[in-house]
Design a protein around this ligand. Structure first.
Ligand code: TEU
Ligand code: CA
Length: 555
């Protein structure tokens, strides 16, 4: 298998708005990030994936960009950015930018021009269509955030497509001028010295020529079959690779909702000249009762089946990305672990073990290394996310579902769970800001915060730190082959990694019950390299405590 620095790296995702406020206005910013680089250095991560910091009117917290070569006022200036980049590099930390080029903001200069007239030179930068004969939208598609995917613009009596909010018009990648602009902009950032791109919904950039009605789900039709993994997407990515990516030593990861394994092998193949890896959504998507909204918990059998299939399927062909959560998902420990006080720390450590011992590049979402939990939302006015507010209208206010049925699903899946501020210490607002935070801080900050955990060698923080350090010592964690054991056990996830004569045995208990387990003969005499409990016995029949995780190493 080919070696690469981005295979050996651990990535830490920063959602700047919620990371650290440097100037007391209640909003996280770039100076705040710079002030916490030593903390990240201590944790040992190699790469920061920075969610968008570009100029934006913040309809979708920066994922609606009005100028790709400027910084959002609330986050600071380009000087602040340059300082952060050089301070990160001084510490050996790379920075990967979020590239959002499926759409721009409606306030981007291109769109301001585009909507002026049908003849405007920028008209064809976006996707405009005539109304139907009765004046209604060109098709029945709904946007990801609720509401229709088309917005009528009376200046030219046409509709434009927006798969996300109406302030996020989709770019027309069929137009070579659009691709040129995007590639030039990417080159500009690479020349500045950034270390890669996480590409937002990059598998949506090529739409089918015909834009037919989609299958109804709730009020609207599904655009997915006609917009995801479209006819020219690989051609566009290969062009991007040729024009930009191949010229720099950078890492790339594509956000690709709905990607299949076959497609992933193409997007992130060892020799396909597109991307280094992609995020698949099988673990985090639920087939919700109401679109994405659902309160289902995936059983271990399903989690293990998904992870194993991707481990086996991509082995030696493409590279996996590994994540339990991100800024669009509930908190890992609340969703996949057990966030009741008795089990929160232990299950957070178990989840970390389970993920970091797999093959692929692990992603840690800010606060995950502290075992931060979902927020106990009580009423609609506590939410800030456009998706929550719009979806509540579509499902509840429209009369489709009762508040009582919808609310538990909203609590479980809403993106604001992940967007409450990082809890730095036990002072007011968890030390995130001296002002009024833009979104409430989780009230559990007195117990769960970075300062306490840095001081406590048994904390979740130090457990992550140890896992990350082990990765540097043991190439088998990166390059070893995965094999699943006990595929049908309802509570234990057990697998091995193999590199030449060397082996790891990874045992993770997903239950609060005690369990017995027989260590396979071949691991007799192996040493325990990490565990979330004091381990007394590593041979023969052992008893696993609630949510126990341990890793045995045999040379
Ligand atoms: O997300 C795209 C995406 O498909 C989902 O994660 C989506 O946000 C979620 O399923 C909605 O429930 C990316 C970004 O990660 C997200 O923050 C942006 O809002 C979105 O694109 C638009 O840029
Ligand atoms: Ca600020």
């Amino acid at each position: 298998m080919k070696k690469a620095w981005w295979k050996e790296a651990v990535v830490y995702q920063i959602y700047p708005r919620s990371f650290m406020d440097g100037n007391g206005d209640g909003i996280g910013d770039i100076k705040g990030i710079t002030s916490k680089l030593d903390y990240l250095k201590l944790l040992g991560i190699d790469v920061i994936w920075l969610s968008p910091v570009y100029k934006s009117p913040n309809d979708d917290n920066g994922y609606d960009i009005s100028n790709y070569q400027d910084i959002m006022d609330e986050f600071g200036t380009m000087e602040d950015f340059d300082e952060m980049l050089s301070e990160a590099h001084k510490r050996g930390i790379r920075i990967v930018m979020d590239l959002v080029v499926n759409h721009t903001s409606d306030e981007h200069a291109w769109f301001v021009e585009s909507r002026k007239s049908r003849e405007n030179p920028y008209r064809d930068y976006y996707i405009w269509r005539e109304p139907k004969a009765d004046g209604s939208a060109p098709n029945n598609w709904g946007s990801c955030f609720g509401g229709p995917a088309w917005e009528y613009d009376k200046t030219t009596d046409m509709y434009y497509l927006h798969l996300f909010s109406k302030k996020q018009p989709d770019l027309n990648w069929e137009n070579p001028a659009v691709r040129r602009e995007v590639f030039d902009m990417m080159t500009w950032w690479c020349e500045k010295g950034i270390d890669g791109f996480r590409m937002d919904v990059i598998n949506l950039i090529s739409k089918t020529k015909e834009l037919p009605d989609g299958e109804l789900n709730g009020l609207y039709g599904d655009f997915f079959p006609y917009s995801a993994n479209g006819p020219r997407v690989h051609e566009f990515l290969q062009e991007m690779n040729r024009e930009v990516l191949s010229k720099y030593d950078i890492m790339t990861v594509g956000e690709t909702p709905g990607v299949t394994m076959e497609l992933a092998k193409q997007y992130a193949g060892e020799d396909t000249h597109e991307l280094n890896m992609v995020f698949h959504f099988e673990l985090v998507d639920s087939n919700g009762k109401y679109g994405k909204w659902s309160d289902e918990k995936k059983p271990l059998s399903e989690i293990r089946e998904i992870l194993s299939r991707w481990q086996d399927g991509l082995y030696d062909k493409a590279w996996n990305s590994l994540f339990w959560d991100n800024h669009d998902q509930p908190r890992a420990v609340s969703r996949f672990g057990d966030d009741r006080p008795a089990y929160r720390e232990i299950s957070a450590k178990m989840l970390a073990t389970c993920l970091h011992m797999l093959q692929g590049t692990p992603y840690v979402y800010q606060g995950e290394e502290l075992g931060m939990t979902n927020y106990p939302f009580k009423s609609l006015d506590e939410f800030r996310d456009i998706e929550v507010l719009q979806s509540y209208k579509d499902w509840v206010e429209s009369g489709l579902v009762s508040h009582e049925d919808f609310w538990p699903c909203l609590l479980e899946k809403n993106r604001d769970n992940a967007r409450t501020p990082v809890q730095w210490d036990d002072t007011e607002n968890g030390g995130f800001t001296t002002g009024t935070p833009w979104i409430a801080v989780n009230p559990n900050y007195k117990e769960i915060n970075a300062k306490a955990q840095v001081e406590d060698p048994n904390s979740v923080f130090h457990y992550y730190r140890k896992l990350i350090a082990l990765r540097k010592e043991l190439p088998i964690m990166v390059y070893g082959k995965y094999d699943l054991l006990m595929p049908d056990d309802p509570e234990l996830y057990v697998y091995t990694r193999t590199l030449d004569e060397e082996k790891l045995l990874v045992i993770c208990s997903f239950t609060e019950k005690e369990r017995t387990f027989s260590v396979p003969e071949e691991f007799a005499g192996a040493s325990c390299i990490i565990s979330n409990y004091e381990v007394e016995k590593t041979e023969g029949e052992i008893t696993l405590k609630p949510y126990e995780a341990l890793v045995l190493h045999k040379k």
